[in-house]
Design a protein around this ligand. Structure first.
Ligand code: GLA
Length: 379
């Protein structure tokens, strides 16, 4: 359905059908939040919400046209002279084009239509899906062989150097390496990973979207990156991945309360990833729930990246017997909570949470029951 509608939209915009479509998924993260840039462990999975990019030949050899359908905005670029734009959506793409050029690839001009089903600001990583999908498309269009790791690196470098977003590698990794019905435990230090089945017969993974994204996301995120660096330095380790709770307690007096709390969260969250994986194998539902709530508690109180709306959703989830566990997901300061909910009575449970959330915040939330899907593909 959606593919047909994208083909039709492309044809309407550019008069001919697209040559191919790239489909890049968003992600959930079961546990292991704010650990990736500390070289720690994450447990993400690609989901059935996608950025679609339809590509075809350019009208003119020196002109690229990109149409962002959801934004109803378009860009005309000449790939030989790209530079930073005042339109932030374009910079995600321009950053990737520059990465290709830095690697010595010359790119031919093209037409492209972009459409997404990933809720923007939902913390499901629509921007990484956009960047990775775009890179995959450019490589295909220009017959350039690129591994998923090379694409990940291009997107990560562009975020750091061109966009000034100092994120980790979890989002790109999930969009590129996702696998149907499997989540992935990734060691962000040596980049080894394994696929783990997360299907729990009687339960569903449900996202509930606060529908807010507070302005302090970028600054708050950047502050946490620096605070973790500072903590690692005082603890004498290369990254918080190498720190242990005992070291933290020995050096407690040298750390401010704030820095102590940040490090305490990261060390605990890394441990939770392994305990969670074990509980998943043993189908220990009770423990899974406790770990999800513990993760949220740490993100709220120690790491301070939650917000009122996320806390309201998690507190409402706690009141429901059918909810195993819930926590904020992604960078924080808004976006979605991840909930593990019993299939039996699920709709009623979610409805109750959404109604109470609306009563308390006057904001209508959305929810998504997510399917775990494959990573980026060309259709
Ligand atoms: C954002 C970043 C990721 C990761 C998460 C928090 O999604 O892009 O790299 O740090 O926040 O876990």
């Amino acid at each position: 359905m959606i593919l047909q509608s994208i083909r039709t939209s492309y044809e309407r915009a550019f008069s001919i059908p697209p040559s191919f479509i790239v489909r890049a998924p968003g992600r959930i993260n079961l546990i292991g939040e704010h650990t990736d840039y500390n070289n720690g462990f994450v447990f993400p999975a690609a989901v059935d919400k996608y950025v679609y990019l339809a590509f075809g030949p350019a009208f003119l050899v020196d002109e690229t046209r990109i149409f962002a359908k959801d934004l109803a905005k378009s860009a005309i670029l000449d790939l030989t002279q790209v530079e930073k734009s005042s339109e932030s959506w374009q910079n995600y793409l321009i950053g990737i084009i520059l990465q290709f050029q830095k690697k010595g690839h010359s790119l031919k001009n093209f037409n492209c239509l972009i459409q997404s089903t990933i809720p923007i600001g939902g913390g499901m990583s629509s921007s990484s899906a956009l960047e990775c999908g775009f890179a995959k498309g450019l490589a295909h269009l220009n017959d350039i062989e690129l591994s998923n790791w090379e694409i990940l690196e291009m997107s990560h470098t562009s975020n750091h150097e061109f966009l000034g977003i100092k994120g980790g590698i979890m989002d790109q990794f999930s969009s590129l390496f996702g696998k149907k019905d499997q989540a992935m435990i990734l060691d962000c230090d040596d980049r080894s990973f394994s696929y783990e089945s997360i299907l729990l017969e009687d339960y569903e993974w449900v996202l509930i979207n606060t529908q807010v994204q507070h302005d302090n996301l970028i600054s708050g995120y950047g502050d946490r990156v620096l605070e973790c660096k500072e903590a690692a330095k005082i603890l004498g380790v290369e990254s918080l991945r190498r720190a242990r709770m005992e070291d933290l307690d020995t050096k407690k007096l040298q750390l401010s309360n704030e820095i102590y709390n940040r490090a305490c969260f990261v060390i605990g969250e890394n441990e939770r990833v392994h305990t969670f994986a074990q509980a998943l194998k043993e189908k220990n539902i009770k423990q899974l729930g406790e770990l999800l709530y513990a993760s949220h508690d740490g993100l709220q109180r120690l790491y301070e990246v939650s917000c009122r709306e996320l806390d309201v959703l998690v507190d409402l989830a706690k009141k429901e017997e059918g909810v195993v566990g819930a926590r904020m997901m992604g960078g924080g300061f808004g976006g979605c909570t991840l909930n593990l909910i019993k299939k039996k009575g699920l709709e009623e449970i979610v409805d109750r949470i959404k109604t109470s959330y609306f009563e308390m915040t006057k904001i209508s939330p959305e929810h998504y029951i997510v399917e775990i899907e494959d990573g980026v593909s060309i259709i």
